[in-house]
Ligand binder design. Structure first.
Ligand code: HBI
Ligand code: FE
Length: 293
């Protein structure tokens, strides 16, 4: 829980964990951190993100400067896809998170990272959540996918299969790539909001880049503390939405019997390969170890 945000500390969250944004209470310094991160990401992404991402930034006026005011952002987002952004104090329990998504509400952290955490932080802040996630919520097919994910999440909790569904979220919403006619592009929020991973994910020879497959993804482990060793690429948001329009019940049945998890770096005979990675980055110890040196 970010203790340095007094506007969070003074509030008692509602039953659904939401709090008021109190936009006027953001300091000049906090807006300045947003602007620094924003300018940096626009520069580093330079055509590396899917066109829908840039369309969303423009349609929602996220480019006007400063931490967005939900009172201004939400009417625009609601008019486009019926989604709304709500503020939460920190990570919320899985069932609460899924219930928000199932009702087309995206929970975003209110706080913004400090200048000492510009490149890495453990909990999602307002920059990751709004810059990273919200532009694509203006895209109708992706917006429907996120709602379906929330509905599926509530069902997965009942089947005790949350781990499998969390992998789907990880490899699509957070770290998804799209193979377009102009090459490999980023749509995952975890990449789009990260200065170094936005280059690594599309340009580095280390990671595997494989075509997205629902069951494959739900059987593949992931790492939360360093760059991904495998990315999965879709060819369109329609492909992603259609793949998840089936009843996951039988899949969960199968998975509860078959506990086999693919090691992150394996390439299977059934995989469609875009890039066979060298894994040089991971084999050299990755970011965390090199930091310790
Ligand atoms: N809470 N605020 C917040 N943001 C998230 O991304 C989030 C969460 N709670 C649970 C959760 N994510 C996970 O269940 C999903 O990543 C699957
Ligand atoms: Fe996220």
């Amino acid at each position: 829980m970010p203790l340095n945000d007094p506007v969070i500390a003074e509030q008692t969250p509602a039953a659904d964990f939401t709090i008021a944004q109190k936009w006027k209470r953001y300091t000049e310094d906090e807006h300045d951190i947003w602007n620094t991160l924003y300018a940096q990401q626009i520069d580093v992404l330079k055509g590396r993100a899917v066109p829908e991402f840039y369309d969303g930034l423009a349609a929602l006026d996220l480019n006007v400067g400063g931490i967005p005011d939900l009172a201004k952002l939400n009417p625009k987002l609601e008019a486009l896809t019926g989604w709304e952004v709500v503020m939460v104090p920190h990570l919320v329990p899985d069932d609460v998170f899924f219930d928000h998504l199932a009702n087309r509400r995206f929970p975003a952290g209110r706080f913004i990272r400090g200048r000492d955490q510009m490149d890495y932080l453990e909990e999602p802040d307002v920059f990751h959540d709004i810059f990273g996630h919200v532009p694509l919520l203006a895209q109708p097919v992706f917006a429907d996918y996120m709602q379906a994910y929330g509905q599926g999440g509530l069902r997965a909790l009942r089947h005790d299969c949350l781990k499998n569904l969390a992998r789907l979220y990880w490899y699509t919403v957070e770290f998804g790539l799209m193979k377009t006619k102009d090459g490999m592009k980023i749509y995952g929020a975890g990449i789009v909001s990260s200065r170094i991973e936005s280059v690594f994910a599309v340009d580095d020879p280390s990671p595997n880049r494989l075509h997205f497959n629902l069951e494959r993804v739900m059987h593949t482990d992931y790492r939360i503390d360093d760059f991904q060793q495998v990315y999965f690429a879709i060819e369109s948001f329609e492909e992603l939405f259609d793949a998840t329009q089936q009843d996951f019940g039988p899949l969960y049945e199968k998975m509860s019997q078959d506990k086999h998890i693919h090691p992150i770096v394996d390439i299977l005979p059934s995989d469609k390969i875009y890039t066979r990675g060298s894994q040089a980055y991971a084999n050299n110890g990755g970011r965390l170890q090199s930091h310790k040196r």
